[in-house]
Design a protein around this ligand. Sequence first.
Ligand SMILES: *Cc1c(COP(=O)(O)O)cnc(C)c1O
Length: 349
Amino acid sequence: MSWNGIIHAFRDRLPLPTNAKAITLFEGNTPLLPAPRLTAAIGGDFDLRLKYEGLNPTASFKDRGMTMAVTHAVAKGAKLVICASTGNTSASASAYAARAGIASAVIIPSGKIALGKLTQALMHGAKLLPISGNFDDALNLIRQMSNLKEVEVVNSINPVRIEGQKTASFEILEALGKTPDFHFLPVGNAGNITAYWKGFCEAIPKGPRPRMFGWQASGAAPLVDGHIVKDPQTIATAIRIGNPASGEGALAAAKESNGRIDKVSDQEILSAYQLLAQTEGIFVEPACAAPVAGLRKAVAAGWIPKGSLVTMTLTGHGLKDPDTVLSLFPHAPSPIPPTLDAARKALGL
Ligand SMILES: *Cc1c(COP(=O)(O)O)cnc(C)c1O
């Protein structure tokens, strides 16, 4: 059967206005890849499967929620979708708005923006509105704009995004034919962990369900440290969030599943980022390496019993953020003479 996106695949499990026409780029149906070399490299003895969400149409999981949000926006007659974002939400919102033939606008807080994400919003014709304020100021402005006629806010305060994102859990269960023992993923605004847990609860009403292990960056770990972080800092820009919108959902998922929310340092993230790329051929953006680093920590701590089935969400594609890679490899190699001898010497052959 051909794949026509998550709304077509899971319509009976998603809240939609009757007769709403799906706005879709055929998102979802992403691969669940075995990762034996990564598992061995971190000293694990279990079955690890990676849900590679970087292979969605705009290269992050945000497309699952955005097909829902923009479908709702069009059904209610909105002419403009708007979001506050420094990244993947704006890339996805602008693409789905273009697909629907309506306008999009992005409120951009001050601070660093990953190059790939900005280029996507520009290319899809979004109106960019930089503000002199942080992400919280941007969200404040967005909340006020949500009352304007013909405007639909597609930030994660929009509840239908969680509904779309829960479909990744359905896909994991269908692909495996059984329930994972653990599910690992990064946590920023915490919408995704909330959505996965909702998906697992709906699909497995009586349990047992996976234990949810969510990972924050140590410079932006409000759910681990137990308080709002005023000036969050991490190279993993997609999870640089000091006051998560869905924080309660994340804490509930960890508690109800007997899982945990924990943190890893930028150093550990950058190391895991390269390990994943070099052991499995999978290139992700830095935020996705947080659960890889987390799994390493969990193995070292003895939390993962031998023979477990572990699934992990890799939330976005590595090409989003070329600057981080180049910062790891700052020196271009110098040229050699074009001779066999010189090539053999340079390659150690
Ligand atoms: C949005 C995003 C996250 C964080 O997801 P939350 O739902 O905010 O916790 C992580 N990784 C990538 C690539 C993202 O785009």
